[in-house]
Design a protein around this ligand. Structure first.
Ligand code: BGC
Length: 233
């Protein structure tokens, strides 16, 4: 009898500022360091796929999980708020499969982060604070895909992303950004009545406030760790 070799998954987190990768074992534990490159500008499919292929070069893997910062349906990227508009309607699934020679599954980046963060019980909401504002909603571990809270009105005629994305943080500073965040958490709590709210993304390091007991900040690597869940159906 031949030995069954455990499958290794390359998790890829495509962000507006950085592209991150890590190899995971079948349980979702890291088998490599987290490797990161700056997102090329302009952030076109061509340039970003080249970066992903370069990051993958020295890694051993059998399949690929990708988190993309926009709406994703059946491997096609449908929106592109913080990357080049060339991504709208792009067949990322087929293209990456061709370049990497391995099966590829793709979901929204906040959805992937959420899969790595949740406990799997009750209503769990995830928001991510990075270049953009990501969101994901789960009921008993079941994902409602492509929730786009970031582009919904929040306050002063602006969306959550306009008020809490990276550009806003840079413009108004940590103090006012934290005040906005605390108002956003109150709004979302009243809207979703979640059991748990998870906050992820690179700008969680700027969170300076006491959070309600059911709000949990998750480490950045969660965005990659969630990649294993795309293959556990
Ligand atoms: C996109 C979301 C994404 C978020 C974080 C938003 O601009 O619309 O799909 O999850 O940024 O990257």
């Amino acid at each position: 009898m031949g030995e069954i070799k455990p499958l290794q998954t390359l998790a890829v987190d495509i962000g507006g500022s950085g592209i991150k990768v890590m190899v995971l074992d079948e349980q979702g534990n890291p088998l490599s360091e987290r490797d990161r490159r700056e997102t090329p500008q302009p952030a076109t499919p061509d340039a970003m796929i080249t970066t992903i292929v370069e990051l993958a070069q020295d890694k051993v893997f059998d399949r690929v999980s990708v988190g993309y910062p926009g709406v994703v349906r059946l491997g096609i990227t449908e929106t592109a708020a913080n990357v080049s508009p060339e991504w709208i309607g792009f067949d990322l699934g087929s293209t990456l499969t061709q370049y990497l020679g391995k099966p590829v599954r793709i979901i929204n980046d906040a959805d992937m982060q959420g899969l790595g963060a949740i406990a799997g019980q009750g209503v769990e909401l995830v928001i991510t604070l990075g270049t953009g504002f990501g969101s994901a909603l789960f009921v008993n571990a079941k994902l409602l895909p492509n929730l786009e809270l970031g582009h919904h009105p929040f306050r002063k005629g602006e969306t959550y992303e306009q008020q809490l994305g990276k550009a806003a943080l840079d413009a108004v500073g940590k103090k006012r950004w934290n005040q906005r965040l605390s108002q956003a958490i109150a709004n979302l709590s009243h809207l979703f009545n979640y059991d748990k709210l998870y906050i992820g993304g690179g700008n969680t390091k700027k969170v300076e406030q006491e959070l309600p007991a059911n709000v949990i900040v998750v480490p950045n690597v969660t965005g990659l760790l969630g990649g294993i869940k795309l293959w556990q159906d």
